[in-house]
Design a protein around this ligand. Structure first.
Ligand code: ZN
Length: 240
């Protein structure tokens, strides 16, 4: 059993396809999606369909929530808002209802998944500091929790105190607690444009971060031909 765990696809079909191909080549047997399937990029319906076809655990992200409502209810950036309006125009009611019905957090085998934080998942806060991580850890009842939302690969470890760890390959010790963000498939923001996800193998007790090159120019062209803001295309190749 080997899980491919990914977040923040954001309608980037080129990146999602590349990640799924890489996961298959790496021997992944199961998939887990940490939310924000839609928003920002040009292929919302295709990404929803591809992820539904995986028949895997999925939690709801803030873009999934907002794109499946009639109007935006959260204060989002103008760029996010423009892409959400565009996305709403593409999603039919059946796909929107599926996104609306996603749960905020789930237990998968022996780990928890959530898009934003475990302390207040519906408020869409960000886990970027040790303080944020501590608040989420106090609601974490499994050794591992995978989250998304920041678009930056991150690991926090709690073993007495809470600290951040570098994330390439980490061994999992049963006596400790981990909060793990596999980065973003469709819009990385850590100055690396390559799609990001992680592999978790419970038998080997290790988690490996993967970075996957994809056809970023095709994704950018699709953004421009869709009439989405040019900034959304530019940021993809900068990874921010
Ligand atoms: Zn996101």
């Amino acid at each position: 059993m080997r899980f491919a765990i990914f977040a923040d696809v954001h309608s980037n079909l080129h990146a999602l396809t590349a990640v799924l191909e890489d996961a298959a080549a790496q021997g992944a047997t199961h998939h887990v999606c940490l939310g924000d399937i839609v928003g920002y990029n040009a292929f919302p319906c295709e990404c929803v369909d591809l992820i539904r076809a995986l028949d895997c655990p999925v939690v709801q992200g803030n873009h999934d929530e907002q794109a499946s409502m009639e109007i935006t209810q959260e204060g989002l950036s103008p760029l996010a808002e423009q892409s959400l309006e565009w996305t709403r125009g593409r999603l039919d009611e059946e796909r929107a209802a599926w996104l609306r019905g996603l749960r905020l957090q789930r237990l998968v085998r022996d780990f928890t998944i959530v898009h934003a934080t475990l302390d207040t998942p519906q408020k869409w806060g960000y886990i970027t500091t040790q303080l944020d991580a501590s608040a989420s850890f106090s609601y974490q009842h499994t050794g591992l929790c995978f989250f998304g939302h920041t678009h930056v690969p991150t690991v926090f470890l709690r073993d007495g105190s809470v600290r951040a760890m570098p994330f390439e390959e980490i061994p999992v010790h049963r006596s400790q607690r981990y909060l793990i963000n596999p980065g973003s498939v469709g819009q990385p923001r850590d100055a690396d444009w390559r799609a990001s996800y992680c592999l978790y193998d419970p038998a080997e007790s290790r988690i490996v971060l993967r970075r996957v090159p994809y056809d970023v120019h095709a994704a950018q062209d699709a953004i421009l031909s869709a009439g989405l803001p040019e900034k959304l295309a530019v940021r993809l190749s900068l990874g921010r």
